[in-house]
Design a binder for this molecule. Structure first.
Ligand SMILES: [Zn+2]
Length: 194
């Protein structure tokens, strides 16, 4: 009975109707365990999808499934980026993915040393002081540092070649190229410096 109550109190309740003793088989218990696992995964996925720290980067995150050769949602999995061989690169990426970094969007979320917490849209970039200092801004948007611009340009050129070689994302790349070049740039008359 205690187990029935515990399962009923899970964030996603599992209703367990205790079977007759003769039906209490290994398969039956395996089935209950599987339902508890599903309930746990649903709860974790909901937390990831709605937490301030993870909802932008990790919502709908997909993993490549070797068996089905498709991108699928896996709530619990050994992520491939945990195998990045250079330790400090691996840690930096994991910190970025889990919003465990020291950028303003996180640091100013909390009140510290007698300084109050800062509203989200006022957690501005330390370099340009215009946009919110979050991962997307510093990596792909901020243009207030020559060093960052240089690093980003080299990264983008390398990334383009890598994407072109990757069957899983080449369709996404083609769509982006089409939309940017054909639909946006070609729609405007070419500019000639007089
Ligand atoms: Zn900036």
């Amino acid at each position: 009975m205690e187990m029935v109550q515990v399962l009923d109190r899970l964030p996603h309740r599992v209703v367990w109707n205790i079977p007759k003793f003769k039906d209490l088989t290994v398969q039956h218990i395996d089935g209950v365990m599987e339902r508890v696992k599903k309930s746990m995964e649903k709860d974790i996925q909901e937390k990831v999808d709605t937490s301030n720290k993870t909802r932008d980067v990790l919502r709908d995150r997909r993993e490549y499934d070797k068996k089905t050769k498709k991108m699928v949602v896996k709530t619990l999995a050994f992520r491939h980026y945990l195998r990045i061989p250079i330790g400090e690169h691996r840690r930096s990426l994991i910190d970025m993915v889990t919003s465990n970094h020291k950028l303003a969007v996180e640091r100013l979320r909390w009140a510290e040393r007698n300084k109050p917490m800062v509203q989200h849209d006022k957690r501005l970039c330390r370099l340009c002081r215009e946009k919110v200092e979050d991962g997307a801004h510093v990596l792909f948007e901020c243009s207030n540092s020559c060093k960052v611009i240089q690093l980003r340009k080299a990264f983008m050129q390398r990334l383009f070649r890598e994407l072109l070689a990757d069957k899983r994302v080449v369709g996404l790349l083609a769509k982006y190229v089409h939309e940017v070049v054909l639909e946006v740039f070609y729609a405007v008359e070419i500019y000639r410096l007089e």
